[in-house]
Write a protein that binds this ligand. Structure first.
Ligand code: GCU
Length: 608
């Protein structure tokens, strides 16, 4: 493992780049490459400069993974046109849901960064095929609203120039109400002539500074952000006015679909939050401009450990879609607990949207963009927990090839990071491969979600969101648990393709990890292996904490085989993870034991 300019990463000896022969092959699609060894040289063919760069990174990685250069013969075409990171960085330097220090880009309402560090970051992202980045949070504040003004654009253009060297294009998150909040107009109504003209002028200004800007990102009518609905207009009215302004420059509007009622009453059992995105956007299918991408979170709620796919991803037929994944570990351990996101992403990508198609098969068709909410910050090791770098790496790999195996990706990451011949590479990859199952076991059971501490979302609080306004309820009673979202309940299943819906409708065919997401079941309900639901809760919670204890043993045995600094950084986090897992185990088990009065068949310690 190499420490390059102070930062551990999978790129290793980045500055000692090998020389490869380059040739142009106009028949290859944009960004694609062909690597051939033999004849004494490794040759990279591509139709454009970006493809040549991706080919060089890929060839370098293959050689570092031990592939004999002469045997190289790889042709690779990215499945998604745009492979984008969204930073949720605020201009005061804080990062919303960030667990790796402060922002790499902002301080004190200004752009403020270490150019060398940004170049390292751009190179790291490019090495896994990422070609777009939004630096500012989708939740706009006064200072970040002004990124589209002459006051901030000159500096933003300098930053864009660093990313441009690596074919990474900037996106700016904008406030839908900017005509008012920035422009001083009396309205931001998208059908108002003055507003339309304002967005046109704004696009002209922004593209004057950053001619290759990828586009604007908008979180509208969502969690107190302004939007067209508040003005009696549709989401399409809103997105299309921005699209019209960006079209002359080839820009794209990334319009988020995270729209739901965040002021729900828990007594209301009819409104069902996971239905909201489909209800808002499906009726508008086909009415969005060609340069609008609807950015849809992978699950219908909010990046919980287990969720089904968002029904919108498969249902939209005539609208471009972007799949939004969370690289930062908000609900999944906050870069303290070990959690390899590649595993749930692989599960999502191979989930069916219909009898004959999986999500990954929509790439190149309706889905042309993949977005990851970044997990990087200004911590020396980029991601707080150095092992969380695997999630950033995996994001790029899966965005490029959504059919790649999570196991291959994690093994490659571990070997590239720690060294192909290192004794540490395999045990670390194994830990990562087990990490999501271990984490899921001590968390909310079987797709329920939301048993986290409100606000910061780390640690257990079973009823923390139970009587809140956020639409996130488990409705645990003494005899049953879960929410009926079938045709007998809230009817969420009807938003899916009929073949998929049929699986979810029946508790015997519903994927077990989603059982309590779709069904309300008695604690005595027997799971597929014959174990009663309550016993499954106890068993998994004991197993989860035991799994973390085993990680600590594995990690202890790696002392001396990875850099000391890295070893102690991860060790400290694993100890905190164990405390967290024990707390989850004891609180969840006690809670359900108290509620049901049913003891653990195995007689283990449950606190009463
Ligand atoms: C979650 C997250 C917020 C974020 C929001 C979003 O709710 O907790 O911090 O702003 O998602 O995706 O917009």
């Amino acid at each position: 493992m190499k420490k390059e300019s102070g930062y551990y990463a999978w790129l290793g000896e980045v500055r000692q780049k090998r020389e490869f022969a380059r040739v142009t092959d106009a028949s290859l699609p944009p960004d694609a490459y062909r690597i051939t060894g033999g004849g004494g040289a490794v040759t990279i063919a591509s139709s454009d400069a970006a493809g040549a760069m991706y080919g060089e990174f890929a060839a370098g990685a293959q050689i570092r993974l031990g592939v004999e250069p002469a045997t190289l013969d790889v042709t690779s075409v990215p499945a998604a046109k745009y492979r984008v990171l969204n930073h949720w960085d605020n201009m005061d330097g804080t990062v919303e849901r960030g667990y790796a220090g402060r922002s790499l880009f902002f301080r004190n309402s200004e752009l403020c960064y270490d150019a060398e560090r940004i170049e390292d970051y751009a190179r790291l992202l490019a090495s896994v095929g990422i070609n777009g980045i939004c630096l500012n949070n989708v939740n706009l504040r006064d200072d970040s609203r002004r990124l589209i003004t002459d006051e901030k654009l000159p500096q933003l253009a300098e930053l864009a120039a660093i990313f441009r060297k690596y074919h990474v294009r900037l996106i700016i998150a904008v406030d839908f109400a900017a005509p008012k909040t920035v422009g001083g107009l009396s309205t931001s109504d998208p059908l108002d002539g003055g507003v339309i003209a304002w967005w046109r002028d704004t696009a002209a200004r922004v593209y004057g500074y950053i001619p290759d800007l990828l586009g604007f990102l908008v979180k509208a009518d969502s969690e107190f952000q302004s939007g067209p609905a508040a003005l009696g207009r549709t989401q399409a009215d809103g997105a299309n006015v921005l699209a019209g302004a960006l079209a002359p420059y080839g820009g794209t509007v990334f319009w988020r679909c995270f729209v739901y009622n965040c002021l729900q009453d828990w007594r209301d059992t009819v409104t069902d939050r996971p239905k909201a995105a489909y209800d808002h956007f499906f009726p508008l299918d086909g009415t969005f401009a060609d340069n609008v991408v609807l950015q849809v979170k992978v699950g219908p709620v909010d990046f919980q450990v287990y969720e089904p796919l968002s029904p919108l991803l498969g249902a939209l037929k005539n609208t471009r879609r972007g799949l939004e994944l969370q690289v930062t570990q908000e609900y999944t351990g906050q870069q303290i607990d070990l959690y390899a996101t590649a595993i749930p992403w692989e599960r999502a990508l191979s989930s069916h949207v219909s009898e004959t198609r999986t999500l990954s098969e929509l790439f190149g068709g309706g889905i042309d963009t993949v977005v990851g909410v970044s997990n990087a910050g200004d911590d020396e090791n980029w991601t707080g927990n150095p092992l969380a770098q695997a999630n950033l790496y995996a994001f790029g790999r899966l965005a490029w090839n959504p059919r790649a195996s999570a196991g291959d990706i994690l093994r490659d990451w571990s070997r590239l990071t720690f060294g192909n011949a290192s004794d540490a590479a395999e045990p670390i990859a194994d830990m990562l491969l087990q990490s999501t199952d271990v984490y899921a076991k001590y968390n909310a059971p079987l797709g329920i979600g939301w048993m986290v501490t409100p606000g910061h979302h780390y640690g257990v609080n079973i009823d923390g969101y139970e009587f809140s306004k956020w639409g996130t309820y488990h409705r645990a009673a003494h005899d049953a648990l879960g929410v009926d979202r079938t045709s007998r309940g809230t009817g969420l299943t009807a938003q899916y393709d009929p073949w998929v819906a049929a699986q979810f409708e029946d508790a015997r065919t519903c994927p077990e990890e989603l059982l309590l997401f779709f069904h309300r079941l008695p604690y005595t309900f027997r799971l597929k292996g014959g174990v009663p639901l309550i016993q499954h809760i106890y068993d998994t919670h004991f197993d989860g904490a035991d799994g973390v204890a085993r990680f600590i043993e594995t990690w202890d045995a790696l002392r001396g085989k990875v850099p000391d600094e890295l070893h102690s950084c991860v060790a400290e986090r694993l100890n905190r993870q164990l405390e967290n897992a024990v707390e989850w185990r004891d609180i969840v088990n006690t809670y359900f034991h108290r509620l049901t009065g049913i003891p653990d068949e195995k007689g283990r310690q449950i606190w009463l």
